[in-house]
Design a protein around this ligand. Structure first.
Ligand code: ADP
Ligand code: MG
Length: 457
């Protein structure tokens, strides 16, 4: 790996060398991760309760882009709650009206019933605002609920567990669609919760409305997860619905990959983050990849250097000592900083985080830590994509597109290039002619609406 030189002491240079080694994911390591990934995917398809759950989505058809009609979509499970009205107008074209709402922290950990009432209140306010009457004809809704749910049909299922900072009571083991439907009923709103949609499945379907080569939907946002098409004959664990279809979208729940810690190169900085997270031991892969966590890994590494007096002259700040204070977005700012004095990095460290008087070496070290963590995240992400590419034999096809959503993919410098580089190491230089990454802007809106349309037609 080629990193910027650090104008620091021998100890500082050595510390960075050691960290570089610890965070490097070699091609060989990638291969072993991909092998394990394929094994875990097979387990998930064969039996319930596997680590990579491979949950059937009950979404079977592919859209053609010619469908029309108005549908509602709600997205819960990201930073914001989003309510959308989607008008499919044919030719792969759509018109979307939407509103975002902040879910108050207490509602994320309170009672599920209250959370559902909040969602219906927001929907009511939104419909009033755009002038749609929810007391007359039934509105069909695609409910993007981005948590692991065991579906029993397209609109029924049980929540397996919470992730991403949510942990409402009275929800695990119950049906989120039914609870939301009850809430709409209490408010006398004619909204039909037509489908429970995982955001990855929505991302895939939104892109498929325009591009028939779409094989996968991936999220690199607060969390990470993916969905892919799977042949029905390979989903052998049963309870996966209609067998007349020959393929179904499967929600992989890949964030849980390698919770057994067999192959992932987990460091002590990852372990510290994990120990202090609200759900320790689970979702190791996600914790090495997604936006909620990357900044915190960098903060842990930096504090390790502070403790050895190798960074910031051994001093931290109240802010920098606070968990989650180093946001993943700062990593993007710092990685983009090409000023000779790293003045953007200085701004983040000094003005935003209150660290007094950083040296150029401090800023160079911080930038290197960001690179190590960002590059590792992209390469580990590529391992998951490579597993799907191998498992589904996609290199036999001319062209396949992975639809990707999420701020980490959209904004983190070189994230997709670093993923592609890893794929090239695994499959050869030509792989970029066959496998493409494409931004899918609106899985949870358009995608969920497309699915609601498929169900209600
Ligand atoms: P969500 O996954 O919640 O639907 P996003 O896709 O916007 O929403 O992802 C939010 C996550 O992306 C947050 O964890 C945040 O830290 C991270 N993030 C936001 N902006 C950036 C950025 N510029 N670079 C890298 N990560 C970012
Ligand atoms: Mg999202």
């Amino acid at each position: 790996m080629n990193f910027l030189n650090i104008d620091g002491s021998d100890e500082q240079q050595q510390a960075i060398k050691d960290l570089t080694k610890e965070f490097e994911v070699s091609t060989e390591k990638l291969r072993s991760i991909v092998r394990q990934f394929i094994v875990e995917m097979s387990k998930g398809l064969e039996r319930h309760g596997a680590t990579v759950a491979m949950i059937p989505s009950f979404v079977t058809g592919r859209p053609t882009g010619t469908e029309t009609g108005k549908y509602l979509a709600i997205d819960l499970g990201g930073t914001n709650l989003r309510v959308c009205q989607v008008a499919l107008v044919g030719n792969g074209e759509v018109e979307i009206q939407q509103q975002k709402y902040t879910v108050p922290e207490p509602l994320k950990v309170g009672e599920m019933r209250n959370l559902c009432d909040f969602i219906t209140d927001c929907t009511d306010a939104f419909l009033t605002e755009i002038g749609t009457d929810s007391s007359r004809e039934t509105l069909h809704l695609g409910f993007t609920f981005s948590f692991p749910v065991n579906l029993t049909s397209i609109d029924r299922g049980n929540l397996i567990q919470w992730t991403k900072g949510f942990s409402c009571s009275g929800a695990i083991g119950t049906d989120p669609a039914l609870m939301l439907q009850d809430s709409f009923r209490r408010k006398n709103m004619k909204v039909n919760v037509a489908a429970i949609v995982n955001d990855t499945v929505g991302t895939l379907m939104a892109h498929a409305y325009r591009d028939p080569n779409t094989f996968m939907g991936i999220i690199f946002g607060t969390g990470t997860n993916a969905a892919c098409f799977e042949k029905m004959e390979k989903i052998t664990k049963g309870n996966s619905g209609p067998t007349n279809a020959n393929e179904m979208v499967v929600n992989m729940e890949w964030g849980a990959f390698d919770e057994e810690r067999r192959v992932l190169p987990v460091t002590k900085y990852d372990n510290k983050l994990d120990r202090e997270s609200i759900k320790p031991r689970i979702h190791v892969y996600e914790k090495m990849i997604s936006g909620m966590y990357l900044g915190e890994i960098v903060r842990n590494m930096a504090l390790g250097l502070v403790d050895r007096s190798l960074l910031f002259n051994g001093l931290s700040s109240g802010d920098f000592n606070t968990q989650w204070s180093f946001e993943t977005a700062y990593m993007s700012n710092i990685e983009e900083d090409t000023t000779p004095n790293l003045s953007e990095t200085q701004h983040v460290l000094e003005s935003v985080l209150g660290i007094p008087d950083t040296t150029l070496a401090d800023r160079q070290i911080t930038k290197t830590l960001c690179r190590l963590v960002g590059l590792r995240a992209a390469r580990l992400s590529a391992a998951g994509v490579a597993a799907v590419v191998s498992h589904c034999d996609l290199l036999k096809r001319d062209s396949s597109t992975a639809a990707v959503d999420g701020s980490v993919f959209a904004f983190y410098p070189n994230f997709s290039q670093n993923m592609m580089q890893a794929l090239k190491e695994l499959f050869g230089e030509d792989v970029d002619k066959k496998i493409k990454f494409s931004r899918s802007h609106d899985g949870s809106g358009l995608g969920a609406a497309v699915i609601a349309m498929q169900v209600s037609k």
